[in-house]
Ligand binder design. Structure first.
Ligand SMILES: C[S@@+](CC[C@H](N)C(=O)[O-])C[C@H]1O[C@@H](n2cnc3c(N)ncnc32)[C@H](O)[C@@H]1O
Length: 265
């Protein structure tokens, strides 16, 4: 269907409804098609910062299969995962985002697509994690330590301490979560994942690793997993490698912090 000739807002609303219908029906939607609904800045950065349509669909399916009913996207950006997950799972999906402009865009996007998305503007401290039984993490904290090319913009300063603070907050959420809590990580959570969470499924989406994790037993605060690039390694093995002066880890304060034993944290 062509919407040429209609005023821009009317055209975008019509395109949104059509894309929403296709997502619900399971029909193909390309990223180009979806991203045409976004403003210029989030559209130009989409390939790097937002989940592609396929990643959002796969992650949503994995969370649904794991039984998650109330899913939070931690670092929801422009709401691409949230809207797609809501439409494909027929559920309300929550997003947390610290950039006010993106929260505004995400709400408008969800409205255009007819998706049930609740966006919270804020940071981890503003969230009660016990309200959720499913989490999605698409490397949300990476930009704390990325160079300029790896950051959405310069609104928030680079901060190693903030990275570690947020990674530890999420680790605490996971330790406190009930058995059965599900989580999908895509391109890495960036923090320690307590060993009471087990990988149930691993897949590649656009060459990046996506993992479904489920909490299968009581909290264990003595061991954790860390996703390093595409690999999964225990924190104690990482600590051992760092202790042996393994070249790849020697200069990385980040890896050293993630590998530190629980009593140091
Ligand atoms: C890589 S994007 C992922 C977007 C979205 N999850 C998706 O899959 O399309 C990470 C987002 O997390 C947000 N973010 C990073 N740290 C955050 C924090 N501490 N609290 C809230 N949002 C955060 C960033 O502003 C950015 O929009």
């Amino acid at each position: 269907m062509t919407h040429a000739g209609l005023p821009l807002q009317v055209r975008l609303d019509a395109m949104g409804q059509e894309i929403g219908r296709k997502l619900i029906a399971g029909d193909e939607v390309t990223d180009e098609e979806f991203d045409a609904l976004l403003d210029e800045k989030p559209r130009a950065r989409s390939g790097r910062y937002w989940s592609c349509v396929r990643a959002a669909r796969v992650a949503s399916k994995l969370l649904t299969q794991a039984g998650a009913q109330n899913v939070l996207d931690v670092g929801a950006g422009v709401g691409k995962f949230c809207t797609i997950a809501s439409l494909t799972s027929s559920r309300r999906v929550w997003g947390l985002e610290r950039r006010g402009a993106l929260v505004y865009d995400a709400r408008r996007l969800a409205q255009r697509l007819g998706a049930e998305v609740v966006m919270h503007e804020g940071t981890l401290a503003d969230i009660d994690p016990s309200r959720f039984d499913g989490f999605y993490f698409f490397n949300p904290f990476g930009e704390y330590v990325a160079d300029d090319a790896g950051r959405y913009d310069s609104e928030f300063p680079r901060s190693f301490d903030a990275y570690i603070r947020d990674a530890r907050t999420v680790e605490r959420w996971l330790l406190d979560a009930p058995v059965g809590t599900a989580m999908v990580t895509y391109n890495g959570l960036g923090g320690r994942i307590p060993a009471c969470f087990k990988v149930q499924h691993t897949t590649l989406v656009r060459d990046d690793v996506m993992r479904l994790w489920v909490k299968t037993g009581p909290s264990i605060n003595t061991e954790a997993y860390v996703e390093v690039e595409d690999e999964l390694i225990t924190a104690s093995a990482l600590a051992e490698l760092a202790k042996q002066g393994e070249k790849a880890f020697e200069d990385s304060p980040l890896v050293a912090a993630l590998a530190s034993p629980p009593e140091d944290r």
